[in-house]
Design a protein. Structure first.
Length: 299
């Protein structure tokens, strides 16, 4: 089985920290603690030998916990953490994270921009200063946004060409409603900028949870494959959030079906090579030697 990378998953411990976004009946199925050990059997069965662990809450104390999880778990090869981009101390905050325990696993930063009431939040001067600090720290920046925020994303990616961006969950298109535009046109425009990569992730929870199938996702997958190309597209499970609508294995099989017309090299890029390149993940399994090498390499 070809080696794969899961470029997007989460963990959380409800005994240590509440996840208020899980409130409400729709999220009851995942309102429990999830650990890397819970993910490992499904990931291994799908041929995944490395993952990217992504922040969940906008709290400074979460990121060191995620970095420690990377130290403790061979499956985790990189971490996307959180810092307050608007803080005057953002550059120093990044240095502290990178120099702390597991700091070499920090490869990107993310903020839940989708929750910001200002659709132009990314264009604020203090946010832009923080994004430049992320780039100065040799880290990528992940964009968690929804379609109404894509105009601000377009401006930001175009005006900050020194920042390497990742678009999470294809910007959450309105799949359940069958709406393609203006999302599709904005995605194509965004992809003309070389400093942005896209995660093929999070789509099942934007679809009808009970009624989705490969054909309901196909138009959206075709847009991002055409726009970004396999070399700037990477698979992510969005586990355990994906469990609201799909098992891990079903989502992986669906992606395989939707990209089956591509060449072997193109499929390998989406399912592993793009993520390995962006996050600086070793080309083979995460044994001790490879993890030691990872501790010293840049993105």
């Amino acid at each position: 089985m070809t080696s794969r990378v899961d470029a997007h998953h989460h963990i959380w411990d409800l005994a240590g920290r509440d996840q208020t976004w899980l409130d409400g009946e729709p999220f009851a199925a995942i309102r429990r603690t999830f650990t890397v050990a819970d993910l490992a059997p499904a990931a291994r069965a799908a041929g995944v030998d490395a993952t990217v662990l992504v922040q969940t809450v906008a709290l400074a104390e979460e990121t060191p916990e995620l970095l420690w999880a990377a130290v403790e778990n061979d499956l985790v090869a990189a971490v996307t953490g959180w810092v307050d981009l608007t803080a005057p101390s953002v550059a120093d905050d990044l240095v502290r994270l990178q120099s702390g325990i597991g700091g070499a696993y920090l490869r990107a930063i993310r903020h839940p921009v989708q929750n910001e009431p200002d659709p132009d939040w990314l264009c604020r001067a203090d946010v832009r200063r923080g994004l430049r600090a992320v780039a100065d720290a040799d880290l990528g920046y992940e964009l968690l946004v929804k379609p109404p925020q894509l105009p601000a994303v377009l401006r930001t990616v175009a005006e900050l060409d020194e920042v390497e961006f990742v678009l999470d969950h294809c910007a959450k298109p309105y799949i359940a409603d069958g709406v393609l535009e203006p999302w599709a046109s904005q995605i194509r425009q965004l992809a003309t900028h070389e400093n942005i990569t896209c995660k093929l992730s999070g789509l099942v929870t934007e679809a009808d949870w009970a009624g989705w199938g490969p054909e309901s996702l196909r138009p959206y997958v075709e847009v991002v494959v055409e726009a970004f190309g396999p070399q700037r597209l990477m698979f992510g499970s969005d586990w355990p959030v994906c469990l609201l609508a799909s098992s891990y294995g079903r989502w992986m099989a669906t992606v395989d079906e939707l990209i089956s017309q591509l060449s072997d090299d193109e499929r390998a890029a989406i399912t592993g090579a793009t993520a390995r390149r962006f996050y600086g993940i070793p080309a083979r399994g995460p044994d001790a030697d490879h993890r030691a090498a990872h501790q010293t390499q840049g993105r």
